[in-house]
Design a protein around this ligand. Structure first.
Ligand code: MIC
Ligand code: SF4
Length: 648
């Protein structure tokens, strides 16, 4: 049978189910990654499973999101993560060592392996030929314990690249181009598999920029073959032994085909407030800007920063622009410090920041009121930068650097091709893993450090036969997990669910948490009503865990995004979709609703009837749940289910 690359790797890792698009399958996970903002909960959950050591080939705990340490909470979390890693055989990448996806690509990514990460940009690993998937922390905890990861076997879209990018156009423009074609909606349970002659022109970090931001389309993951370019990258990282050639079988089948001639791609920009609002930069050339931020897991490789440094060489940042730069990893930081790039940046007036997520997650660099902020990261949701009135524009490093110098949007194609910086990357990168505490250095008896901000992960109760209560909030389309669970200054409460729950929907409706709590006290169930693509964006399971803590029992939406829907199931919240999308209009905030015969309908595979007692109306809700997921919901979530099923 001629398999595409996605199915080749999935087939090798299949432990349950039939490998047919749409079927639920279980796969073995070779590697896991966590980051601090999702990691504390993941390890607390792992601890509660009572397993002695992680059972994966490689598990790495990164600290990159939450490093500002204003107050003791972050520092306590870091120490907890370090000590829990030591106990269970997880490698610990210390704060300062870099952004999880960039470091994982450099130091651990292996073609042909599966990687599960508690971060939605885990597909970055697809740039090196892995099946790399983002998931909630609890799924990652189960995988660390040797349990399978369950997903819907995807449809595979072939993206055939031909030609070669013009000077001043880069990988970021390719993925923005793909986002323009696919948008951020309607791509759930699909994989983007890249192939074609154009591949040969893209290095591994460039491929990783593409697979990283592929997450914004909503696909399960994206993948590139592993070829001589992959080998070159692994050689540069002193890991050539990890190389193997991987590609789709001759004559492999795909579910759809998109052809892109790289020579036609132009510099693109995603306008506020969605990564899918893509237009050519030329359309807004000349518009004034206030801030430029270069970095994040999308665009902070050595190649990207050397290009930026060359553009800045001998020039000064425009006086109206604040320019920030955060290298993606300590390896990149150290190499640009040695090769003169950093000096060019500093001399131009750039503000240099740590190798962390920083501005991308709203940890610092919040722009001024009504600012136009030009950034190289992957998300521009309203308010994520820390300034609700600011507009974030997502671009390539080339575009960002030119904008910083001019103070206005610049179309890089307005520059001459021979003005493009000539760069050569070193054959060997500086490899120094001293900031990764490896299993060899683990101390078996290390005591786990727990600061006062760390609490036990709460559990849900088993699903009642019927639900009765009130719609606690009604929201529109494309509600992201940043809307549900804000990050930025609230990030430091990720390990304290009671406290963090107080901020659910903070920017949408500051009284939501209070209202939900009041319902809970009155023993009334709370419900969320939503439009299309509910739960876009990050993998943060707190967007399910905290509403669960407040008493939310079901989400009634027009459609739901993959990772969030899985997180809802993991915490025992019913993810329901309108049988008839117009019924969205039949429900309003504060309506009293009930679902009788709930478990009976679920068992029988029948739609669920929702009675709106306030409006005296009945509507039908559907669900896309496998038999296993139904059992998880009935048990009140994956932790309860795992205990009873003994499946890890
Ligand atoms: C993001 O980019 O939104 C984050 C912050 O990395 C999240 C994870 C989190 O919320 O901790 C993600 O992408 O999953
Ligand atoms: Fe960090 Fe931003 Fe990447 Fe998320 S998208 S992992 S916050 S750099």
């Amino acid at each position: 049978m001629a398999d595409n690359l996605t199915y080749k790797i999935l087939r090798k890792h299949l432990v349950e189910g039939k490998l047919l698009p749409g079927e639920e399958i279980g796969i073995r996970i070779d590697q896991t990654l966590t980051q601090d903002a999702t990691g504390t909960m993941a390890y607390l959950q792992f601890e509660s499973m009572g397993i002695k050591k992680v059972k994966t080939e490689v598990s790495v705990s990164y600290v990159d999101h939450n490093t500002l340490q204003q107050g003791y909470e972050n520092a306590d979390d870091h120490k907890y993560l370090q000590s829990v890693a030591a106990k269970y055989g997880v490698r610990f990448s210390r704060p300062g060592n870099g952004i999880c996806h960039q470091v994982h690509l450099e130091r651990f990514g292996k073609p042909g392996k599966t990687l599960l990460g508690s971060d939605s940009h885990t597909p970055t690993g697809g740039g090196i030929g892995m099946i790399a998937i983002g998931a909630g922390g609890l799924d990652v905890a189960v995988a660390m314990g040797g349990g399978a990861f369950y997903l819907t076997a995807p449809e595979v879209i072939k993206i055939e690249l031909s030609g070669k990018l013009r000077k001043w156009v880069s990988a970021k423009d390719i993925i923005l181009h793909v986002l323009k074609i696919l948008s951020t909606k309607g791509n759930v349970n699909k994989v983007l598999e890249y192939c074609g002659e154009g591949l040969k022109t893209l290095s591994v970090p460039e491929r990783a920029t593409i697979t990283n931001m592929g997450a914004e389309t909503g696909v399960t993951t994206s993948i590139f073959p592993s070829d001589e370019i992959t080998e070159e990258f692994l050689f540069a990282q002193n890991r050539v032994q990890d190389y193997q050639e991987l590609k789709a079988d001759e004559g492999a089948q795909y579910d759809a085909l998109i052809k892109i001639n790289l020579s036609d791609v132009v510099p693109m920009v995603a306008l506020p407030h969605s990564p899918g609002n893509v237009i050519p930069v030329s359309e807004i050339a000349g518009r004034k800007i206030d801030q430029v931020e270069i970095g994040s897991c999308t665009n902070s490789s050595l190649r990207d920063l050397i290009i930026a440094g060359k553009i800045f060489e001998g020039k000064k940042v425009h006086p109206d622009v604040s320019l920030g730069i955060a290298p993606g990893s300590r390896q990149v930081f150290s190499m640009i410090a040695k090769n003169g790039t950093l000096a060019n940046m500093i001399d131009s007036g750039a503000r240099i920041m740590e190798s962390t997520c920083g501005f991308c997650i709203g940890c610092g660099q919040a722009p001024k009121t009504n600012a136009v902020s030009v950034r190289t990261n992957n998300r521009n949701f309203k308010g994520r930068s820390g300034t609700a009135t600011a507009g974030i524009y997502l671009v390539s490093v080339e575009t960002a650097a030119l904008c910083a110098l001019k103070g206005v949007f610049v179309d890089p194609l307005s520059k001459k091709a021979d003005e493009f910086p000539q760069i050569t990357l070193p054959e060997k990168f500086d490899v120094d893993d001293s900031m990764i505490i490896s299993s060899v250095q683990l101390r078996e008896k290390e005591k786990i450090f727990r600061g006062p901000n760390i609490g036990q992960p709460p559990r849900n109760s088993p699903l009642a036969k019927e639900l009765k209560g009130q719609i606690a909030i009604k929201v529109g389309d494309k509600i992201t997990t940043d809307h549900i669970m804000p990050a930025g200054p609230r990030l430091k409460f990720r390990s304290n669910i009671e406290k963090y729950s107080g901020f659910v929907f903070e920017g949408v409706d500051p009284y939501f948490a209070q209202r939900a709590k009041a319902l809970k006290e009155k023993k009334q169930d709370a419900f969320i009503v939503a439009g299309d693509s509910y739960g876009q964006g990050s993998s943060r399971e707190h967007a399910a865990l905290c509403p669960m803590f407040l008493g939310v029992k079901a989400v009634l939406a027009k459609s739901l995004e993959r990772i969030h829907a899985a997180n809802l199931v993991n915490f025992g919240i019913l993810p329901l979709v309108f049988l008839n999308p117009q019924d969205y209009d039949a429900l309003d905030a504060e309506d009293r609703i009930q679902m009788l015969d709930l478990t009976a309908s679920l068992d029988a595979g029948k739609s669920i009837t929702v009675e709106n007692k306030t409006k005296n109306k009945k509507i039908k809700m559907n669900y896309d749940l496998s038999p296993r997921q139904k059992e998880i919901i009935k048990a009140g979530g994956l932790l309860n289910y795992t205990k009873t099923a003994g499946s890890v």
